[in-house]
Write a protein that binds this ligand. Structure first.
Ligand code: HEC
Ligand code: HEC
Length: 106
């Protein structure tokens, strides 16, 4: 089979789509923020404006956790309690882009 320029475009597109999928699924494996008593302060900050169970469906569907409000607590405490970061840990500004919060139980 002869591979011409059009085929190369198509192969390139497939490679791009597959690599996007791989990079997304890789991110999903990043550890979640544990929902334990230590991390309650961060969860409370993130979900402080969360709509209650009586709120309308739309309010609950469009609620966004206050990630920036929660992130101010992460690094100071981890430093103070000497929680080790893995040696190859990526840049740490914006913890919650990578480490997701456990979903809010309404
Ligand atoms: C008040 C202190 C404190 C705060 C605030 C805090 N952490 Fe932690 N974190 C800890 C301690 C202690 C551990 C290790 C023991 C444990 O898992 O509870 C830990 C562990 C972790 C782990 C590893 C969990 C695992 O499964 O091994 C992640 C990820 C993490 N924290 C992310 C965060 C992020 C993101 C924030 C900010 C939203 C945050 N932490 C805020 C104290 C804190
Ligand atoms: C760019 C993405 C990214 C950001 C931002 C980030 N991390 Fe991580 N973190 C990772 C990856 C990837 C790992 C290693 C894989 C894993 O989650 O076990 C990791 C590992 C960790 C671990 C060790 C988990 C364990 O027990 O193995 C802790 C604790 C942690 N991060 C805390 C934080 C905190 C606190 C912040 C913010 C100050 C932060 N991370 C920001 C991607 C990120």
């Amino acid at each position: 089979m002869k591979i011409d320029k059009r085929d190369m475009w198509f192969i390139g597109l497939i490679v791009a789509v597959v690599s996007v999928f791989i990079s997304i699924s890789g991110k999903e494996k990043t550890k979640l923020v544990p929902n334990d008593s230590t991390h309650q302060i961060a969860y409370r900050a993130a979900y402080k404006n969360a709509p209650g169970p009586e709120a309308s469906f739309f309010k609950r569907a469009f609620f966004k956790a206050d990630k920036k409000g929660a992130e101010v607590y992460c690094e100071p405490c981890h430093t103070e309690q000497k929680v080790p970061f893995p040696p190859n840990h990526p840049p740490k500004n914006r913890c919650l882009f990578c480490h997701k919060l456990q979903p809010l139980k309404l």
